[in-house]
Ligand binder design. Structure first.
Ligand code: GDP
Length: 344
């Protein structure tokens, strides 16, 4: 089942409380029945996208917008300047070159003369690049498995906690698995987030076999009536080969336990690192079969332009964006809303 991350349009009759397509019967032994009733997803969100893009809008993307206001003519200087500012906003060399070429061509063909019109054309081009599809998550019932990967420090643990909070608000019953057994701190941190979000956490001691923890986690989900397992994984081992080997092994264990799983493999990227994250993403995508991205720390980044090069170069959907450090600071990615926010 594909899980709609966005609230459905409000029908006239009382709306179902959650945006899931079907409802699961409550298991008889339900450990978390006492929790608050599920809330509509979108209303749970913290900052809106425009607020969380403040740095990108005011900073480097502000410089792109400024160009259209400062210039009167679309002369060669204008195009050079536009190229430079898009590069600074972290759209990356490829994406920038393609965008500027396409705009120039449209300018020559349609002979639009003013910088104002060029701004509208750039915005259209950017929306086209992102595609109009809104994010979805494949969360089949009765048990969906989400594997979360990414290097240390990108915001992986926080994103897992936010995701768990998000899914709980949507009426799902997540369970967290501390599959990063390499770092004791990662296990502790996940436990703390589990307490805060009232989500069960399956963990073993530091140095234990991640495959065994994942196996236990899936078993525990079945016995405890959880319907989404969110698995944290190591973000750094002694070598990259070890890390990728371990991720492959964890994947195999999941596949054996739940045919067709993992249903989503989400890579967490740090928006602040911009273009550097693209290389990381490429390695992970090749080895563990990434299905979507969580772009964390977009609120801290002046380089939101990386979203466009991710769309163009990785061809992977951005499922969520991180918009702050609080639990509710995770927003499903909406390409049109994102592009509109940059030009507001
Ligand atoms: P991990 O090592 O990848 O698990 O990273 P953590 O989840 O521990 O996060 C590293 C730091 O980034 C922490 O200080 C988080 O509070 C912070 N962080 C994570 N996501 C976001 C976000 O979306 N916005 C902001 N501003 N900070 C974030």
């Amino acid at each position: 089942m594909v899980f709609n991350l966005f609230r459905r349009p409000k029908p006239a009759a009382p709306a179902p409380a959650v945006p899931v397509e079907t409802e699961q019967p409550e298991p008889a032994d339900q450990p978390r029945q006492a929790q608050a009733a599920p809330q509509p997803v979108i209303e749970e969100q913290g900052k809106n996208v425009t607020q969380s893009l403040e740095r990108t809008r005011g900073g480097l993307f502000g410089a792109v917008r400024g160009l259209f206001q400062q210039r009167r003519e679309l002369d060669p200087d204008f195009w050079d300047d536009l190229e430079e500012r898009l590069l600074q906003a972290d759209l990356g060399a490829h994406t920038t070159a393609d965008l500027v070429d396409a705009l120039r061509e449209r300018h020559q063909r349609r002979r639009f003369g003013s910088p104002d019109e060029a701004e509208v054309a750039l915005r259209e081009q950017l929306v086209e690049l992102l595609g109009s599809e809104r994010a979805t998550l494949n969360l089949p019932e009765p048990l969906a498995i989400l594997l979360i990967v990414g290097v240390n420090g990108v915001g992986k643990t926080t994103s897992i906690a936010k995701l768990s909070h998000f899914l709980t608000a949507a009426g799902r019953k997540p369970l967290l698995v501390a599959g990063d057994t390499f770092r004791a701190a990662a296990i502790d941190q996940l436990r703390i987030w589990g307490e805060r979000t009232r989500t069960p956490v399956v963990a073993q001691g530091p140095g234990s076999d991640p495959g065994a923890v994942v196996f236990d986690g899936i078993q525990a989900a079945r016995t405890r009536g959880a319907d989404v397992v969110i698995i944290d994984t190591a973000g750094r081992l002694h070598t990259k080969t070890n890390l990728m080997e371990e991720l492959r092994k964890v994947r195999r264990i999941i596949e054996r336990q739940v045919p067709g799983a993992p249903h989503e493999t989400l890579l967490v990227l740090d928006a602040v690192t911009g273009q550097n994250g693209l290389m990381q993403a490429k390695s992970f995508a090749e080895i563990v079969g990434v299905t979507g991205l969580i772009l964390a720390k977009l609120d801290s980044s002046a380089k939101g332009g990386v979203v466009f090069s991710i769309a163009q170069e990785l061809k992977l959907p951005i499922t969520f964006i991180g918009t702050g450090e609080q639990l509710q600071d995770l927003a499903p990615f909406d390409p049109e809303e994102f592009a509109a926010a940059l030009f507001e």
